[in-house]
Design a protein around this ligand. Structure first.
Ligand code: HEC
Length: 133
C-alpha cells in the first residue's frame, strides 16, 4: 500500500516535470522567433538599395540627401528614412506600394521590380528608423 502510494507520487511528479519542460521549451521557441524583419532580408535590401537608383535621391544612407533630390520642392523632398516617419504610411504594405507604384510626381514607380526585391527594400528602409524601445 505504502509502496504503491510512493510509486504513484513518483509518476505524478514525473508527469509534472515532463509537462513543465514541454511548456518551457515551447515558450523558449516563441521567444527565439525573430521580431520584425529577418536580418537576411534587411541585408538583401541594403545591397539592392545601393545598386538601384534609390541613393541618387534618398542618399547613400537613406537620409533623403541624394544629389538628384536637391531641386525638388520642399513638400516633395526625397524621404529621409532615418526619421522612421513615412508620409505615405510606414507599414510593410504601404512602403511596398510606395516602392512599386511610386508616389507621383517625384518618387518614380518600379513596375518591373520583383516582389521579393520590393519586400527586401521595404524591410531595409524601415530598418533605418530609430529603434523602438
Ligand atoms: C528620382 C528620385 C527618387 C528615386 C530614384 C527614388 N525615390 Fe523614393 N522618393 C522620392 C521622393 C521625392 C519621395 C517623396 C515623395 C513626396 O513626398 O511626394 C520618395 C518617397 C519614397 C518612399 C515613401 C516615403 C514616405 O515618406 O512614405 C519610399 C518608401 C521610397 N521613396 C523608397 C525608394 C526606394 C526603395 C527607391 C529605390 C528603388 C527610391 N525610393 C528611389 C524620390 C526618389
Amino acid at each position: 500500500m505504502k509502496i504503491r502510494a510512493v510509486r504513484l507520487g513518483f509518476i505524478v511528479l514525473a508527469v509534472a516535470i515532463a509537462s513543465a519542460l514541454f511548456v518551457s521549451s515551447g515558450m523558449g521557441a516563441a521567444k527565439a522567433k525573430p521580431k520584425g524583419d529577418p536580418p537576411e532580408l534587411i541585408a538583401k535590401g541594403k545591397a539592392l538599395y545601393a545598386k538601384a537608383p534609390c541613393p541618387s535621391c534618398h542618399g547613400p544612407e537613406g537620409k533623403g540627401d541624394g544629389p538628384a533630390g536637391k531641386g525638388f520642392p520642399a513638400d516633395h523632398k526625397p524621404a529621409n528614412f532615418t526619421t522612421g516617419v513615412f508620409k505615405f504610411g510606414g507599414d510593410d504594405a504601404k512602403v511596398r506600394e510606395s516602392i512599386s507604384k511610386g508616389r507621383p510626381p517625384y518618387m518614380p514607380p518600379n513596375p518591373n521590380m520583383k516582389e521579393d526585391e520590393v519586400a527586401a527594400l521595404s524591410a531595409f528602409v524601415r530598418s533605418l528608423g530609430p529603434k523602438k524601445p
